[in-house]
Design a protein around this ligand. Structure first.
Ligand code: GLN
Length: 446
């Protein structure tokens, strides 16, 4: 813990990954833990961790990087935060993100721009950019992020670290500030695959406080790190190596496939034919859910409240007008429109139907193959400022990660080379609740 704070002191002025630190509490917790006998200490005992700022932490300000939650101090811990403590981890601070997890570069944070530790002129990705940058910069060995449409895997790829989006329902969402409830999942960001497996094991499992958490056994993910992938059947979707995907990303995946072949795996090209509709369906569905979830920020219950208003309606309006940033407003408007009586059938219902087709694409491929492999992102990290004026180009960044959220299956990003001095990521996608196989493949490759 002390080492982490030292490192943060040294590099966070440049990287800007943290929004809040709780040095006093963390140091006290570490001291108390010194009393625990050695035999009772698990593999993660005493290690420091950073938590994305949309996961509530009792007594530590939780803002979702939004002005509307400025000064909000939650009165309880998210289930994952409890589980971290049970595993002996020490939460040392809260990590920057795109406001309410909407974005792919951390440029939508109301507070600061986190920078890519590999090149400070580039973005760390998003929305869990702080989570990925803090691990890449050696400020913490572990962090938690959330992934609604790529937000763990894309920044992990941009920062050269390991990021897992578990199966929907694997990890409790209780205490995760909801963006799109049917897509959101919390997951671990780490330096290597083994750490990631340890951490996912610690945070997984059924939770009475989250009716969407799944009643499925949590196997020992670390036991699957055998190095043996003989006979493994890999599917490579042609859509993931097609138009719009950069040469460097393609080449790094082809090189990785050679390594996996040399270890006894085989691969074939397949098709996920509805991938081309995923981005449109995702932005409709996630914005619709967001418009409903964000209705609770009214200036009465949490954080920021506008002053100089004459009546209640004005208070709501002013608080939301001043409290939300542009991207959040864009999503609320899009979502409210698509849920409105006249548009519901044409947009929301259509997008749900497309979602089913996308899920079926994955089901079909998984009948014959163990994992799906492709790049995590079309290109390495772009420059700060490069895409801010153009939301559609920004959205296109998630073209390879979003179908995974729509289907609900698990996916990881692990480092697989460099282009122009910036890391590239390999995405490995698995069957429902089969994170174990993903870890086995990732570990064998690493
Ligand atoms: N880029 C996606 C979005 O802006 C990422 C969302 C996420 O996974 N939190 O919606």
């Amino acid at each position: 813990t002390a080492e982490s704070y030292k490192r943060i002191d040294k590099v966070d002025g440049e990287v800007q990954a943290f929004l809040a630190l709780n040095e006093e509490q963390a140091t006290a917790q570490a001291k108390e833990m010194d009393q625990v006998p050695f035999e009772e200490r698990g593999p993660l005992f005493g290690l420091p961790i950073g938590v994305k700022d949309n996961i509530v932490t009792e007594g530590i300000e939780t803002t979702c990087a939004s002005k509307i939650l400025e000064g909000f101090n939650p009165i309880y811990d998210a289930t994952v935060v409890h589980k971290l403590r049970d595993a002996g981890l020490i939460t040392i601070g809260k990590l920057n993100m795109d406001e309410f997890a909407m974005g792919s570069s951390n440029e939508n944070s109301a507070y600061k721009n986190t920078r890519n530790p590999w090149n400070l002129n580039h973005v760390p990705g998003g929305s869990s950019g702080g989570s990925a940058a803090a691990v890449a910069a050696g400020e913490v060995p572990f962090s938690l992020g959330s992934d609604t449409g790529g937000s763990i895997r894309q920044p992990a790829s941009f920062c050269g670290v390991v990021g897992m989006k578990p199966t929907y329902g694997r990890v409790s969402r209780f205490g995760l500030v909801a963006f799109a409830s049917s897509l959101d999942q919390i997951g671990p960001v780490t330096r290597n695959v083994a750490d990631n497996a340890f951490l996912l094991e610690a945070i997984s499992g059924l939770d009475a406080n989250d009716s969407t958490s799944a009643n499925v056994d949590v196997p020992s993910f670390t036991k699957s790190l055998t190095g043996d992938i003989k006979g493994l059947r890999i599917a490579v979707p042609k859509e993931y190596l097609g138009q719009g995907v950069g040469e460097a990303s393609k080449q790094s995946v082809l090189d990785a496939l050679k390594v996996l072949e040399s270890l006894g795996a085989t691969w074939e090209e397949v098709s996920l034919p509805h991938s081309k509709y995923a981005l449109a369906a995702y932005y409709l569905l996630s914005s619709s859910e967001a418009s409903s979830n964000l209705a609770r920020f009214d200036g009465i219950r949490y954080g920021f409240r506008a002053d100089n208003v004459e009546n209640l309606m004005e208070l709501y309006k002013e608080t939301r007008a001043q409290g939300f940033g542009d991207e959040v407003k864009r999503r609320i408007m899009l979502g409210t429109y698509s849920l409105s009586a006249g548009s519901y059938d044409a947009y929301y219902r259509k997008a749900q139907q497309v979602r089913t087709l996308i899920k079926q694409d994955f089901d079909n491929v998984f009948e014959k193959y163990d994992v799906i492999i492709g790049p995590t992102t079309p290109t390495p990290a772009f420059k700060i400022g490069e895409n801010v004026k153009d939301p559609l180009t920004m959205y296109a960044n998630d073209i390879l990660t979003i179908p995974v959220n729509l289907a609900g299956v698990p996916g990881i990003s692990i480092p697989c080379g460099f282009a122009e001095g910036l890391p590239l990521g390999l995405q490995i996608i698995g069957k429902y609740f089969d994170e174990a196989t993903i870890y086995r493949v990732a570990h064998a490759y690493e």
